[in-house]
Structures are given as C-alpha cells and as structure tokens.
Design a protein around this ligand. Structure first.
Ligand code: 3PG
Length: 212
C-alpha cells in the first residue's frame, strides 16, 4: 500500500536521486548503494535508459526500494509501474499524472512549492509531497512557514533540489519531513564512469551523519 512504501522511505531517511545514462551501470550502482547501507533509489526518467535500469535493479536486487522520478506523463506512470517501480515522484503537480498514478496504484509524491500547490495536492488526498527545489526556494525557513497552515492535515515532505551532505540532516530534524534526497550521493558523472568507490564514500558519509 502507499502508506507502507512511504513508511519505508521514512525509515530509510535518505534517497539517492540519480540520472543514469547507461543501463549497464544500473547493477553496479545498486550494489554500491546497498553495500553502503542505502536501500532506496529514485531513477529519474530523464534518460531513455532509466526504465530499463529500473527493471535491471528490481530483478537483481528485489530488496531495493526503487522509485521513478521526473514522471511527467501518463505513459511514464504506466512504464514505471510496469518496470517494477514502487513509488514515483515529479518536480511539479500535473493532475493527469496524479490521476494515472492513482489508477495504477503507484504511490506518488507530486512536487509542490507553494500553498496553492499544497492545496491542489490535498484535493487529490496526496499527503506525501516532494518539496522542490528546496534550497533555492529558501530551504527549511520557507518550508516551515509555507506548510504551517496545513500541518493539521498530516502532510509530510520529501525535500529535493540543492540538498547535500551538509544540510540534509537539518531537513530531517523537522517533523514534517519524512525523507530527503538528492544527486549528491551518486553524481551523474560518477555513475557514467563507474566510480563506485566515490559513490560508496559519499553514501557512507551520509549514513555516518545520520547516526551522529
Ligand atoms: C530532482 O530531480 O529532485 C533533482 O534533480 C535533485 O536535485 P539535486 O540534483 O539538486 O540534488
């Protein structure tokens, strides 16, 4: 159920958001993340390889929690669900995409950045919302103030955009934030070059910061 998936993301705390240029790097990437203690990944559908990469990872590492990001169309919702994605997110809120995700039973966190966005999300009963782009908008200070009127509705945020090793734990301290994510854990270039040691170090550093 959607609730279970979001609970899992909440217990993971951090999600690696990736752009993958070659599906042949998918298994190495997933193995590196898992070995570093990162059990969830969001593959953005910005490249043609992303859907295949989702399939590869779900096949080889079924224990990994795999989501699709940058889901912009109804078709992408269906492709993501068919590939085995267990959740999906988008940068903004497109009613068509929200409706298709509901139809497909795919837990979906639309992107929001204003009170009107939040109210539109609530009209679809979406309570888990991507907050994007978190840092340029004003970070925690903005999110806290923007979401204050809606706290009683039980909404919870997944901030992305400009999140990094130095600021992600501050977001996670807010009780209206269920997880944080970003590309800093597995940079696009590092994935393309198969720099697994670098990615492993970035993920382990984040894990350490979570514990301290
Ligand atoms: C996203 O899709 O959420 C963003 O690309 C992640 O933002 P970042 O690259 O600033 O981490």
């Amino acid at each position: 159920t959607p609730e279970n998936v979001f609970k899992e993301l909440e217990s993971e705390r951090v999600v690696a958001t990736v752009v993958i240029d070659d599906k042949d790097n998918a298994a190495g990437l997933a193995e590196t993340l898992l070995e570093a203690g990162m059990n969830s990944i969001e593959l953005t559908l910005r490249t043609d390889e992303a859907i295949e990469a989702i399939k590869v990872i779900k096949n080889k590492y079924p224990q990994m929690l795999v989501g699709a990001g940058t889901v912009l169309t109804r078709e992408q919702v269906r492709q993501a669900a068919d590939a085995g994605a267990e959740f999906a997110v988008s940068p903004g809120l497109n009613p068509e995409v929200v409706e298709e995700a509901m139809k497909a039973g795919l837990p979906f966190a639309p992107g929001v950045c204003t009170p009107s966005d939040v109210e539109q999300a609530l009209s679809y009963n979406c309570k888990h919302l991507k907050f994007f782009p978190a840092e340029p908008l004003g970070g925690i200070k903005y999110l806290k103030s923007m979401s204050a009127p809606y706290r009683h509705t039980g909404i919870s945020f997944f901030p992305l955009g400009g999140i990094n090793a130095d600021n992600f734990t501050d977001y996670l301290k807010q009780d209206y934030v269920f997880a944080a994510g970003g590309s800093w854990l597995a940079p696009r270039e590092a994935i393309s070059k198969g720099e697994w040691k670098l990615i492993s170090d970035l993920c382990k550093d984040a894990k350490n910061r979570l514990e301290n």
